[in-house]
Design a protein around this ligand. Sequence first.
Ligand code: CO
Length: 499
Amino acid sequence: MQSVQLNNNVLRDGHQSLAATRMRTEQMLPICEQLDNWGFGALETWGGATIDSGLRFLDEFPFDRLDALKKACPKTPHMMLLRGQNIVQYKHFPDDVVTAFIKTSADHGMNIFRIFDALNDPRNMKCAIDAAKAAGAQAHGTICYTSSPVHTTAKFIGMGVELEKMGADAIVLKDMAGLIPPSDAYAIIDGLKKKLKIPVWIHTHDTAGLGTNTYVSAIDAGVDAIDLSISPFANGTGQPDTTRMLAILQGHERCPDVSDAQRAALREIRTHLEAVYEEMSEFTSHQNEVIDVDTLEYQVPGGMLSNFRTQLKEQKMEDKFDDVFREIPIVREALGWIPLVTPTSQIVGMQAFLNVKFGRWKQISPQAADIALGYYGQCPAEVDPEVQALAAKQAKKEPITCRPVEAPGAEHQHMDDLRKELKAKNFPSDDEHCVIHAMFPPQLEKHLKGEGPKPKPVAVPAATPQVAPAAQTSPGGPSRKYGLTINGKRIEVGVEEID
Ligand code: CO
């Protein structure tokens, strides 16, 4: 029996889930050597919300962090989370920008691209998979787990088969909300292992307290690798802690052999991270640390719950909490049972809020309309035709069935356009700057002009208002606000990035 591979996600998902993605490179570097020497199969060091957050709040140019972490962890493969055609943003980018981002990241040492699409539409993953392979890196085809009447075990397995055919080097079952019951994890992993030749990995969160049991079931079903983190950036809304998981696996035939030196290294890493967690206290919250049974009740990611509680209070609508949460499955069903992951978690949350505030489908956000009309890709099930017709009317757009990035009339900035813009401003115009400029133009400009946020040398300060108009303080830590203007009035709902 081959022991299960352990990955470590503390440098990406660990602090994204438990500390609003605010860990700074200099807070990471002291543990890099130990992480690199420990024997993890892969280290997740980049991607997801870290690129946005690093630039927006910490004044870090994203490729500088990748270079620093790669230099500090030269032995273990580096892994990043990539939102398919969205790269690490909320909207679709043209193929040449997606390809350039991946090629450049691979040139800087990124080894594994974990590629997903919020709608589980493989057409939005194909370009990224091809680009990763062309760059000599690994492309991991990722299936977003969600529960709905249309998400059957057979459907998830079918998607794994399709991604293998597209050339994926491994399949990842990604449970971003920590909602997968161990029995489902077993059934899906078992099916994937029987159908596929490539390795199958699993990623979950301990939000609802299911994470470790889910991993044991996945390991029993033959999963090749699991994602862990290190306390205090572990458990709760993060991945299970490594030491904890090892104790649970003790005596299991697939438990890796771990030496006393490795256990001691984990203790030392933990000691450092405890001090970092203290420094980051303004971004951490008790709510993220404890088991959140409500997520099981409402079947939504924990980050959506904590933010909505704050937002509804701000809007003097706290009595509407249950109404908004009862509205989420109604919105999901109308939009073809889309999974809740960045950016669909934000879009569905906002639409549920609008339905409660203004009446069902009286105001459809432009983003929800785009989902209904096919501009994000093919939804897992049919979109409610009435909602689609209302969306077409409100958004003054026709439904499409082609790959979204090829939608007629879509305007894209290609690499040449991006380079011209940077040159015109006398900024560096290499591919690194072009791809970041494509996604975060105002943040990059502030950074290049030296007008970015100025974090204090040790503790991580709050973002200053002129740098981050989207920042706000909530019990769940400052989150991005997701806003739109209706009848001249700005409505904002803060939702954590869920990935
Ligand atoms: Co995650």
